[in-house]
Design a protein around this ligand. Structure first.
Ligand code: 6LW
Length: 509
């Protein structure tokens, strides 16, 4: 059995391909660098990040010029053809649609080759004779197709409009497949919120005419009490045993109505059956399900603790907008991550931040920091306008909160010079009331974030502050990302000895 999501935390718009017994999957990453996290699996359930497709400054006009929160890199597609891996993607803040290619999935990936097509969510599909089709969500809405030369990005024919769903809003995320005697066009429609759904059509030719599946939308959790919501943006893959599976995005909202999600849109896996007429049949996405046939290939978890004694940063570390050379070092003080401030505030792009996605609703993050004469700490962020942090500077530890136009120092306490332990614990029980004086109960948000100085387990220790987590949710902050918990420097140079992310078992309900 496997539990959904198969890749938790902010890993939206998954696209998957299989080469022999190996699966590869990429997700959107928006304004974060490196871009397009790339995962490998041998069983569709256990995924290990093996890198990022865009991990060289030269591959991205950095800092993503004029990028904004939830801008940058939208939905990618990964395919394998003619012995090469291909990823097609959209940088909505710099150049639009582009292709990168690689001999090996671990890379190196090529520099981007621009495709002269507007719109988002590009896909790649090849006919037997090598004709390459790029379906995408057109700028005027609707699904478009064009014939392209993938080596040069040149548009050879089109674009022209094609089948665009059942009439729900925002038809997008097209993927074209040749399965048996049919061409299938899979799309998302209804918008990536609670109305998200998966629809499909088929034709004898990539040019149509298309016949919509009688059961469209084939998958939607809209209007249900299912704990997984916003299901959509799917990609199909066939396992070596002939069974079919679908990866797609979903969210796990919590809290009182309207419930909100904090982990971003995550990657889920669901089985696909086919009916006697050659149409896929999709049940609601299961929370737990029998795993695809074949061997079980667990992969090592991302280590809970990073002591920063490796020569390079692990691929799961991300930075908003850019990670300028000189803003970080693993070598100046071996065994330490040194962060050097590149901007004075977390409230606008252009600051030094290195974080990892929050992947569990209940978790604890601790960093050992020596601020020296600088200023830095531990931050839980959605974007520049929605973040909570605990920081050390000038002999003091402080908790600060930024919620939209409001910025407040919530707590402060003297602190000795030298290494300090800063912790954030995130819990989904015993939540702080929506506001002081209101009893807990009907107005609770999704979780509570408590910020600590020293060891939270010390008997006499109390959090410096406890803050309502609803303001660090996607529904409040808006956009396409989810929480990232990281280390930062906003003055001088700050040394981090280690960073530890520990999932806390969800309290039994
Ligand atoms: C993506 C579009 C969508 O390009 O949201 O969920 C956009 N679907 O397909 C960003 O994720």
């Amino acid at each position: 059995m496997y539990d959904n999501p198969v890749i938790s935390g902010f890993h939206p718009d998954p696209s998957v391909c299989r080469v022999g017994d190996d699966y590869y999957l990429v997700c959107s990453s928006f304004e974060y660098f490196p871009g397009l996290p790339l995962f490998h699996s041998k069983d569709l359930v256990h995924w290990q990040q093996i890198g990022n497709v865009l991990d060289r400054p030269g591959q991205l006009p950095l800092p993503l010029p004029g990028a904004k929160a939830s801008g940058g890199l939208y939905a990618p597609t990964i395919r394998h053809h003619d012995g090469r891996f291909w990823v097609v993607n959209t940088n909505i803040d710099g150049g639009g649609n582009f292709l990168v290619t690689a001999e090996r999935p671990e890379g190196p990936w090529s520099d981007p080759v621009r495709i002269d097509l507007t719109g988002i969510d590009p896909d790649l599909a090849w006919e037997e004779d090598g004709t390459c089709w790029c379906a995408f969500s057109g700028p005027a809405g609707g699904i478009n197709m064009a014939r392209i030369d993938p080596a040069t990005g040149k548009v050879l024919e089109g674009p022209f409009p094609t089948w665009s769903g059942t009439g729900l809003k925002f038809p997008e995320a097209p993927h074209l497949y040749r399965i048996g005697d049919w061409w299938y066009l899979l799309i998302a429609e209804g918008g990536t919120e609670r109305g998200h759904s998966v629809s499909l059509a088929r034709s004898r030719s990539p040019r149509g005419p298309w016949e919509g599946a009688p059961g469209n939308p084939l998958l939607s959790h809209s209007g249900t009490s299912h704990p997984i919501q916003n299901t959509g943006h799917a990609d199909l893959v066939q396992a070596p045993d002939g069974s079919w599976w679908m990866v797609l995005l979903g969210v796990r909202p919590r809290g009182f109505t309207p419930d909100v999600h904090v982990l971003g849109r995550e990657t889920f896996l669901t089985p696909v059956e086919w009916d006697e007429d050659g149409w896929p049949v999709l049940a609601p996405v299961p929370e737990r399900h029998a795993a695809p046939g074949g061997a079980w290939h667990p992969v090592p978890d991302v280590p809970a603790r990073d002591d920063f004694d490796a020569p390079a940063l692990a691929p799961h570390w991300i930075s908003p907008f850019a990670r300028p050379e000189g803003s970080w070092s693993l070598t100046e003080r071996p065994g330490r991550l040194l962060l050097t401030a590149t901007g004075p505030t977390l409230d606008s792009p252009g600051h030094t931040f290195l974080g990892r996605r929050q992947q569990h609703h209940d978790c604890r993050v601790t960093a050992e920091i020596d601020p020296g004469t600088g200023r830095g700490g531990l931050c839980v962020r959605l974007d520049e306008a929605h973040h909570y942090e605990v920081e050390a500077a000038d002999g003091e530890v402080a908790v600060l909160a930024r919620i939209g136009p409001l910025r407040q120092t919530v707590a402060r306490r003297p602190a000795p010079a030298g290494p300090l332990r800063l912790t954030v614990t995130i819990r989904t029980r015993d939540l702080v009331p929506a506001s002081p004086g209101l009893t807990d109960g009907g107005t609770t948000g999704p979780d509570t974030l408590a910020f600590w100085f020293g060891d939270p387990a010390a008997p006499d220790n109390r959090p410096l502050a406890e803050l309502d987590g609803r303001y660090l949710s996607t529904e409040v902050a808006c956009g396409f990302t989810g929480r990232v918990i990281g280390m930062y420097a906003t003055e001088g140079q700050v040394a981090f000895d280690w960073y530890e992310y520990v999932p806390v078992p969800a309290p039994s309900s």
